[in-house]
Design a protein around this ligand. Structure first.
Ligand code: CTP
Ligand code: MG
Length: 177
C-alpha cells in the first residue's frame, strides 16, 4: 500500500502548472476536474510512488526468505523487473481514484479543496485497489486478504488526517483535510 500512500503527498509537493482538464469545463459549466489536478502532480505522484515501491522491491529482493516479505512480482515469484508494474499500478491507481473523486466533486458543484468526508479519504485507496485488481488479480488476492484490507481502511483514516494537518501546517495545503 505504500506506493499508493506516497503518491498523494508526492503529487502535492510537485503539483502545479497545466491542469489535467486543460482548464476546460463540463456541460454543467463547472471545471471538469479543477485546478487541483495537474499533469505535473500526476507525473510527480507516480514517480514518488514508484520510488517508494522501488525501495520495497529492493528490500524484498535482498531478504533471503521470501516468506518474510510480500512479493511484488505479478507472477508471484521473487521480486522481478515486472514488480515495477505492480507498484506503478498502485501509484497510478491512487491518482486516478483521486482524479475521479475530483470529477464527482465538481459535478456536485463543490469548489476545489472543498471537504467531502470519507470520499476525500478513500478515493486513492479505492483507485489503487481497483487498478491492481483489474491488472494483477492474483497478486491482489494474495496480498490484500480481508484482514489486510481491514487494517488499511483503519490505518488510512488516521494517516490521512495526520498527513493533511501536517501538509496544512507546512503551507502545502490550503485546508487541513
Ligand atoms: N495535485 C496535483 N495533481 C494531481 C493531484 C494533486 O497537482 N493529480 C496537487 C494540487 O496542488 C492539489 C493538491 O495536490 O491542490 C492536493 O490534492 P487534493 O487534495 O486531491 O486536491 P484539492 O485541491 O483538494 O482539489 P479537489 O477538491 O479536486 O479534491
Ligand atoms: Mg483536497
Amino acid at each position: 500500500m505504500l506506493p499508493a500512500y506516497a503518491a498523494n503527498p508526492a503529487a502535492q509537493l510537485t503539483g502545479g502548472g497545466l491542469p489535467m482538464d486543460f482548464g476546460k469545463r463540463w456541460r454543467d459549466g463547472q471545471p471538469i476536474l479543477g485546478e487541483g489536478k495537474t499533469w505535473r502532480g500526476l507525473a510527480g505522484g507516480v514517480l514518488g510512488g514508484v520510488f517508494v515501491g522501488g525501495i520495497q522491491i529492493a528490500i524484498a529482493a535482498a531478504v533471503a526468505d521470501p516468506a518474510l516479505v510480500p512479493t511484488f512480482d505479478p507472477g508471484l515469484g521473487q521480486a522481478s523487473p515486472a514488480s515495477f508494474l505492480v507498484v506503478f499500478a498502485l501509484a497510478m491507481g491512487a491518482l486516478l481514484g483521486d482524479s475521479a473523486k475530483s470529477f464527482v466533486k465538481r459535478r456536485m458543484h463543490l469548489t476545489r479543496g472543498a471537504n467531502l468526508p470519507i470520499v476525500d479519504q478513500y478515493d486513492f485507496v479505492v483507485g489503487a485497489w481497483l487498478v491492481t485488481l483489474v491488472l494483477f488479480p492474483s497478486w491482489f488476492l494474495v496480498n490484500f486478504r480481508l484482514e489486510v484490507i481491514a487494517v488499511v481502511i483503519l490505518l488510512t483514516f488516521f494517516l490521512h488526517r495526520g498527513v493533511s494537518v501536517l501538509g496544512y501546517r507546512m503551507g502545502l495545503k490550503a485546508e487541513p483535510w
